[in-house]
Design a protein around this ligand. Structure first.
Ligand code: ADP
Ligand code: 5GP
Length: 202
């Protein structure tokens, strides 16, 4: 008897308030798991220092974004903290067809929209240990001005209320522990028989 495996890609949705550590955990996952590809979103937000076009985001104007919405290019799109963001449908579908696991770092509005429309997905909400920690992290990251930070902290209150819509939640207090929990979720989900199909031959 021989056993071979056919794998189907997983759509992994990660959400959480700004500053909770999503980007940090996503980077760690990308560096440690070659089966994943990051879905690079489109945004009308201005690039932060160090952000690279086509790596962190595709940065577009309001007009370009509206055109993309009209063309149906987005799997989901939402206005978050006063800026527009959207997930490109085509690259996600193509990467999944190629058998990759695809990671979406998107807000709860977009996440819930994907959950309502996709047949199969894995959703994880990253919580901060406290709102005070979130405030400290956003200031320490030093990428947004104080007005933008306040806006993000105010939105965080509403965002965390959506945690129950997700299949998994974890608290990013100790980074190593949070990453280990994320890896456990991902590794268990990879072995589900709808994604991991053992083909048994005599
Ligand atoms: P997000 O992508 O959710 O907005 P980031 O990944 O940019 O958040 O993290 C926000 C800031 O918090 C960064 O400066 C990052 O280095 C820091 N950070 C991430 N995880 C932790 C943690 N577990 N403990 C302390 N600081 C953290
Ligand atoms: P930031 O401006 O800090 O990069 O991201 C702000 C928020 O927008 C985060 O909650 C992030 O998850 C979300 N976001 C990033 N890309 C997308 C996207 O394509 N769609 C949606 N709905 N949210 C996104």
């Amino acid at each position: 008897m021989a056993v071979q495996v056919e794998r189907t890609g997983m759509l992994l949705i990660i959400s959480g308030p700004s500053g909770t550590g999503k980007g940090t955990l996503v980077k760690m996952l990308m560096e440690n798991d070659p089966s994943f590809r990051f879905s690079c979103s489109v945004t009308t937000r201005k690039p932060r220092v160090g952000e690279i076009e086509g790596v962190h985001y595709y940065f577009v104007s309001d007009e370009e974004y509206e055109q993309m919405v009209a063309n149906g290019e987005f799997l989901e799109h939402a206005t978050v903290h006063g800026h527009h963001y959207g997930t490109l449908r085509k690259p996600v579908e193509e990467l999944m067809k190629q058998g990759y696991n695809v990671l979406l770092d998107i807000d709860p509005q977009g996440a819930i929209s994907v959950m309502e429309n996709a047949d199969d997905y894995v959703s994880v909400f990253i919580l901060p240990p406290s709102f005070e920690d979130l405030r400290v992290r956003l200031h320490t990251r030093n990428t947004d001005d104080p007005v933008e930070i306040e806006r993000r902290l105010n939105n965080a209150r509403g965002e965390v209320k959506k945690v129950e819509r997700y299949q998994y939640a974890l608290i990013n207090d100790n980074l190593e522990l949070a990453f280990s929990q994320l890896q456990h979720i991902v590794n268990a989900e990879k072995q589900r028989t709808n994604r991991y199909k053992p083909v048994i031959t005599e």
